[in-house]
Design a protein around this ligand. Sequence first.
Ligand SMILES: *Cc1c(COP(=O)(O)O)cnc(C)c1O
Length: 229
Amino acid sequence: MGADENLKKIKTQIIEAVARAGAGGVGQDEQSEIADKRLMAVSKTRNGEEILPILEAGHRLFGENRVQEAAQKWPQLRQLYPDVELHLIGPLQSNKTSEAVALFDGIQTVDRPKIAKLIAEEMRDQGRQLKLFVQVNVGDEPQKAGVAVSELGEFLRFCREEAEIKIVGLMCIPPVDEEAAPYFILLKQLAEKNGVKELSMGMSSDFETAVELGADIVRVGSALFGPRS
Ligand SMILES: *Cc1c(COP(=O)(O)O)cnc(C)c1O
């Protein structure tokens, strides 16, 4: 199947999962809008030619995990589709902050005080307002990025009071070899406890579960574009 057919199928799956989660009873237009907003097409490793059919099909929300790679392909695509919304979903190095704030509309991997402060400064200097998410290391895995569960409250306080940035949501990548659902539930509980609204959780293998458990954004790559080489 081509990526545009995969897109339709995934959007239908999202709409059905939203209905199972109890948000049914909305009209078809609204359903389609709900799926458009919830699906982040993860276009890392894909070139412009692969991404174009998804843009042509009307999809606008995309995620990339490297600043450099995104800077090489998105400015051209943006000229064709100015209403694209592009988020950084991979780790941000401090020396790339300026470029990232200029290029992306959202950063989902805010995970340390230094980067929170730098993002704040850059947004002020560039007069830009990005949608910011804190990445939470829900499995408390030593090798993984993200704020430890036990430190999340303090980090969010730092973002709010000291960096003076608004965090709109939480993002997580659960441990690969475990059932994801308990981690999605944990992320939702953490968001509620800390007064943060949006949840970015779920990927190709578990996005339907994530939507059922309250995901506002699912990040889907291989189910949309095919396996990455
Ligand atoms: C690559 C990536 C995804 C998408 O993964 P798939 O399994 O291909 O859907 C989602 N989130 C992040 C942070 C990623 O790096």
